[in-house]
Design a protein around this ligand. Sequence first.
Ligand code: KIV
Length: 268
Amino acid sequence: MADSEAITSLSLLRLKERGEKIACVTAYDASFTRLLEDAGTEIVLVGDSLGMVVQGQDSTLPVTMEQMIYHASCVGRAGRRALRVVDMPFMSYSSTAQALDNAARLMREGAAHMVKLEGGRELEATVRALTERGIPVCAHLGLLPQSVNQLGGYRVQAREAQAAKALLDDARLLEQAGASLLVLECIPAELARQVTESLHIPTIGIGAGPHCDGQVLVLYDLLGITPGKRPKFSRNFLADAPDIPGALKAFVTAVKSGSFPATEHSFS
Ligand code: KIV
């Protein structure tokens, strides 16, 4: 059940127009969804990062549709106000027909408000087909974790002029195809600024510098509990907070005030 102030694509557009930053965090269960909503997060992303931080896999590739539906429905039962974006897992949108079927399942069975797909111009027809049938789409450019084997690792993307131009062209194409939101992952801050200024739809950055319209972090990175080395673009908000609700509020406040991400969390 959504409350009367539920966040929609339209409210996010208004936030961008007013220059108000958007806060987004990943969520995989009901309890954290409640805490994130209480902290003022506008978007909860049921990310396929759950494959790594919840399941202990090496990548997001093993995550299945059934698992995404399970976690999305846990989040959906707790959700009241935030827009729920749910990742389409690896190879669940390899054709337009398959994407339509699977996106419909994420909405019907997983209570998704919007689905997220990784990729550029090759998804233009799929994004158009989804949005023309009433399925809102969040696009995702830059570092695409589902393509990690092709990219040769988790590294900053589009540093060269040609790749930067291709990314900017892809962003425009996906917006024209109907995307409502765009995640930019691990790209130079200056490129993210250009993309953000070129689009009407909001951009949500992770490792994409301070000029995006909003920021997203993986919940476990934000709390400093992801095993291994902290990614350069994240910050442990629990380190200076009294408890978990305090850390989540500190993240939202830092995004809204523009103090996160700082230069040390960004790439050039
Ligand atoms: O799966 C995920 O958590 C994501 C974010 C890193 C943007 O796609």
